[in-house]
Design a protein around this ligand. Structure first.
Ligand SMILES: Cc1ncc(COP(=O)(O)O)c(C=O)c1O
Length: 392
């Protein structure tokens, strides 16, 4: 076999304004180049404690069981559904975006039966519909997406949803992949039993160690299971040995990713969680004002606007991939197209973590104006940039 001859790694310098990953903070990149210690080294055990403490702050919870799951957001998501679904359980999931279907798929693999509560893509769930679905199906578990990355919709009324679920003795799982560290999320105050996230969105950290938190009631449900969790790797009763009191070997933690997450969470704590939510709202608000002043529309209604992911409706007959290619090839800016029911109709523009900065918003608006003009769309890019700068 011939020896491969591969050049040195020199990926392009992009500005990441898509649905994730977002730009990684330079301090996080530096943390990733620090030397490894063993995953059971006393120094690493201290680091694990610090990460857990920082995660509790970021989730706004006192939950003991607050850990980074090894793997991407789908790993923390599957940990939630695999541990809390027993064969034969009914699990209510949302039908208003891409990630509800992924929840359903995970529930089926865990032996449960998913049932859906629907709303059109681009709209949040209506608590009245959730209440009707509870009466009809009496689910054991209810999963919802706090920040739906496929549609740019924030689910408002979270305490109303958790109240309905608890009145029916069900536990609640919240997908907070695109909300943690970017938009208001109060796990304890809102009575969310399980929340999971990913680090590559509003935490501006590379993917690889994904936040998860469980209330005491949820932990009790896991330890009272009649059947073992079908996944060995994600079984919390096994993982508890490593992340709980004992700190015994389960699998080799992704040490560098844990370093990265620690630094990303330290940045959250330094900024202050509420100040961070406010920054996302201010910077994405400028993006929103800019897009609207250009003559384009933002998809969701203001009550469910998601600052971290902005769904911009494209004028008719505009080729979304040509716009996306133009932004990437001419300006090195990444944005993404719509998914599912919204494919071809929207652009998804992220404003997350270290990417949620005035400089990114202003350059994105100027570049977007140029990309649309290249598609013969009549937009006023100068008005867009001006409106954004006024807001900033
Ligand atoms: C809302 C939501 N849930 C789950 C996931 C899955 O995360 P990952 O792609 O990191 O596995 C994503 C990823 O974009 C997401 O946006």
């Amino acid at each position: 076999m011939e020896q491969p001859d591969v050049s040195e790694l020199t990926p392009p310098q992009r500005t990441l304004m898509g649905p994730g990953p977002s730009d990684v903070h330079p301090r996080v990149l530096r943390a990733m180049s620090t030397p490894l210690v063993g995953h059971l080294d006393p120094a690493f055990v201290d680091i694990m404690d610090e990460v857990q403490e920082l995660l509790r702050y970021t989730f706004q919870t006192d939950n003991d069981w607050t850990i980074p799951v090894s793997g991407t957001g789908s790993a923390s998501m599957e940990t939630a559904f695999a541990n809390l679904t027993e064969p034969g359980d009914t699990v209510l999931v949302p039908g208003n975006g891409y990630f509800g279907e992924r929840m359903a798929s995970m529930v089926r693999r865990a032996g449960g039966e998913p049932v859906f509560v629907d709303a059109p893509w681009g709209e949040p769930l209506d608590p009245d519909d959730v209440a009707v679905a509870f009466d009809r199906h009496q689910p054991d578990l209810f999963g919802f997406v706090h920040a739906e990355t496929s549609t740019g919709v924030l689910q408002p009324d979270v305490p109303e949803l958790t109240t309905i679920a608890h009145e029916h003795d069900a536990l609640v799982v919240a997908d907070c992949v695109t909300s943690l560290g970017g938009v208001a999320l109060r796990v304890d105050e809102w009575d969310v039993d399980v929340a999971y996230s990913g680090p590559q969105k509003c935490l501006s950290c590379p993917p690889g160690a994904s936040p998860l938190t469980l209330s005491d009631a949820a932990v009790e449900r896991v330890f009272d299971r009649e059947t073992p969790v079908r996944s060995w790797y994600l079984d919390l009763t096994e993982l508890g040995g490593y992340w709980g009191e004992e700190r015994t070997y389960h699998h080799t933690a992704p040490i560098t990713n844990v370093y990265a997450l620690r630094e990303a969470l330290r940045l959250v704590a330094e900024e202050g969680i509420e100040q961070r939510w406010e920054r996302h709202e201010r910077v994405a608000g400028a993006l929103r004002a800019g897009v609207e002043s250009m003559g384009l529309e933002l998809e969701p209604e203001p009550e469910c606007w998601l600052p971290s992911l902005n769904a911009v409706r494209l004028p008719e007959n505009v080729d979304d991939s040509a716009v996306i290619d133009h932004l990437l090839s001419v300006y090195d800016i990444e944005v993404a197209s719509g998914l599912g029911d919204l494919a071809g109709e929207i652009l998804r523009i992220g404003c997350m973590g270290y990417s949620a900065r005035p400089t990114n918003v202003v350059s994105l608006l100027a570049a977007l104006g140029d990309a649309l003009e290249a598609q013969h769309v009549d937009v006023d890019a100068r008005a867009g940039v001006g409106a954004a700068m006024e807001r900033l």
